[in-house]
Design a protein. Structure first.
Length: 624
């Protein structure tokens, strides 16, 4: 049975989701034919396939996949119809108690506790249905494809552990993942993309190229940037800083921590509470509570209701920037005020959701907040959108779409008046239409304080990533009472724009590693040139060449090892160094260097000064 969905959601299930949902049932049928004691919980389609959670004595391993797939192919050939049956609540319970639901036949003494629980969760008066294919029948809302004949292009992907309904007190289950496509060609292409993704995995390449490290002693989800990764990060920061300077931004620096009251005012605490690190009480409060033998609950309640003062690792930079704006009297002549910061923020992500650099607990945003008059909003949004486009085009990520993320009018998770939301959404909708790109609207995806424009980038192997974002906010200026004096000599409320072209430097760098397969363009490479003397006899000449390159601003290293030059070239290519300069007797005599590229053949010999001029031009132009 799938997780409960509304009738409308089920009707909107795509053809591919229907296929994958049906494949989950075929997989369950195959497992039961091989291991009849299995008890199934639920098996929904998911983004790239499907899974089923189940309980049985045998522990499935990847070695079992071939046997299960063979049985699934047999079931596909049997062309079993998927037949829907409407049953009463009593019938459903009798079938679950007999073991018939989620089974191949009645199994006395093998009642399905999962199906009984799921039946109890179906609201009174709602239709209860099951689907049968061949000898297998399961509680299910559907929909499905017509028959198992359409489920033949399937592949089992992985096995893991799970808990029923996510509750670890209810026992551990097995979760078997698979994927399916309408045609063999589509399945083969998907599997090829997965293999390519494994090759490009930033966690693997990050270790091999010495870019970053995650250490349990420091903490999960906290990135240690190694020297080479630090050079990539600095190049990205220098790139966007130069663009910010052109647009009149002012760089600011704010602390990593702030008072709870600051975040109460902004709404991050408590609206964002589940995603934040726990509040930090002041030391004197801890000492007082210790002396009073107070409980942890008393401390937590006191911090949450404001009885005790406390601090928080900042979840966002915006409240700090707001306080910088509010620290001075502002006139309409001073606006727009554009404040930018590479600000590190902290979020409490569940450990199971962490993944290398792309899902972390501490990350640095290329954050900025613009404070402007209502009349300036359209122009400032266009400037922000232009900056995001410049970043993506420079990095060869021109394949993107735009999502306009709006509030859900029926939800209570948003702060501010409907009138302010209407104005903000209208401003962004107008801006995205001027942008002249394909865009979609996503209701319910807005931040709690304002709508946003998200750039969804497709990488070289077809995966979507949400990167740059621009948000319009009428609410935080209201909550903090921000003002400026207008031309009429009266006080007015500024509009606030949030924007971050990279988003998170950690996530963005992880994506870049995979997008380029570690082969960064020369301007972004941590090491741009490696000098390779053929033997120690040419070490002095190699040192002179290295010094001259470094003086020109090129990131260069010298391979002083006694290895043969072929081995030196292989190592440099393995470490993704863009250029190698070989120095031997002929080069020293002629005053040249032999140039090799990591992806191309020998580029021939040229004077060192000519090479320096060429590579400096490549770096300055940020050529791909």
């Amino acid at each position: 049975m799938s997780e409960r969905k509304t009738l409308e959601e089920r009707e909107q299930m795509s053809d591919l989701e229907r296929l994958r949902h049906s494949c989950a049932h075929v997989m369950a049928t195959a497992i039961l034919r091989i291991w009849p004691d299995a008890q199934f919980a639920y098996g929904p389609p998911v983004e790239n396939g499907f899974y089923y959670d189940f309980e049985m004595k045998h522990r499935i391993t990847p070695e079992d996949f071939e046997q299960i797939e063979a049985e699934m192919r047999k079931i596909a050939k049997e062309n079993q119809r998927f037949e829907k049956k409407i049953i009463s609540r009593d019938e459903a319970k009798l079938m679950a108690e007999s073991g018939r639901l989620g089974g191949l036949s009645e199994r006395p003494g093998n009642a399905s506790r999962f199906k009984l629980d799921l039946i109890d969760k179906i609201p009174e008066g709602e239709e209860i249905s099951c689907f049968q294919n061949g000898e297998f029948i399961d509680l299910c809302a559907g929909p499905h494809v017509g028959s198992t004949a359409k489920t033949k292009h399937v592949k089992l992907m992985s096995i893991s552990s799970s808990f029923y309904m996510g509750d670890e007190t209810k026992g551990q289950l097995q979760r078997l993942y698979g994927t399916a496509f309408p045609t063999k060609d589509e399945l083969d292409q998907h599997l090829m993309r997965l293999e390519e993704a494994k090759k490009r995995d930033h966690r693997k390449l990050g270790r091999e190229l010495q870019l970053f490290h995650i250490d349990e002693a420091v903490g999960q989800g906290l990135i240690l940037w190694k020297p080479k990764g630090g050079l990539v990060r600095r190049a990205l920061q220098d790139f966007i800083t130069a663009e910010l300077d052109k647009q009149g931004y002012s760089q600011v620096f704010t602390p990593h921590i702030g008072k709870l009251d600051l975040y109460r005012t902004s709404g991050h605490f408590p609206y964002y509470q589940e995603s934040q690190y726990a509040p930090i009480p002041e030391r004197n409060i801890l000492e007082k509570l210790r002396d009073e033998n107070a409980t942890c609950d008393q401390l937590i309640n006191g911090l949450e209701n404001g009885e005790y003062e406390g601090y928080m690792l900042k979840p966002m930079n915006c409240p700090h920037h707001i306080k910088i704006y509010a620290s001075e009297h502002r006139s309409y002549r001073d606006l727009p005020v554009r404040l930018a910061e590479f600000g590190t923020v902290y979020r409490w992500e569940q450990s199971g959701e962490l993944g290398g650099m792309t899902r972390v607990r501490g990350f640095t945003q290329d954050d900025a907040h613009l404070f402007c008059t209502p009349e300036q909003v359209a122009t400032e949004i266009q400037g922000c959108l232009g900056l995001v486009k410049k970043v993506l085009n420079t990095l060869g990520m021109a394949n993107y779409r735009v999502r306009l993320s709006l509030r859900d009018p029926d939800s209570d998770k948003y702060v501010g008046s409907p009138e302010n939301w209407d104005k903000a959404e209208a401003a962004l909708r107008e801006a995205v239409q001027v942008l002249d790109v394909d865009y979609t609207e996503a209701e319910g995806e807005a931040a709690f304080y304002g709508p946003k424009i998200d750039f969804i980038v497709k990488d070289v192997i077809g995966r979507d990533w949400q990167l740059g974002t621009v948000q319009v906010d009428y609410n935080l200026p209201e909550r903090f009472g921000l003002e400026y004096v207008g031309a009429d000599n009266k006080t007015h409320r500024p509009v606030m724009i949030h924007r971050a072209p990279f988003g998170s430097l950690e996530r963005f760098t992880g994506l870049l590693i995979e997008h380029f397969e570690g082969k960064f363009p020369t301007w972004l490479s941590p090491e741009q040139v490696r000098v390779l003397p053929i033997s120690d006899k040419f070490l002095d000449a190699a040192e002179e060449a290295t010094a001259k390159l470094a003086e020109a601003g090129v990131r260069v290293s010298l391979d002083r090892s006694s290895d043969k030059v072929g081995a030196k070239i292989r190592l440099a290519r393995l470490e993704r160094v863009p250029y190698m300069l070989v120095l031997g007797a002929r080069e020293v005599e002629e005053g040249t260097v032999s140039v090799r590229h990591r992806d191309r053949d020998d580029l021939g010999s040229m004077p060192l000064d000519d090479f320096i001029g060429t590579i400096c031009q490549e770096i300055a132009s940020r050529s791909l």
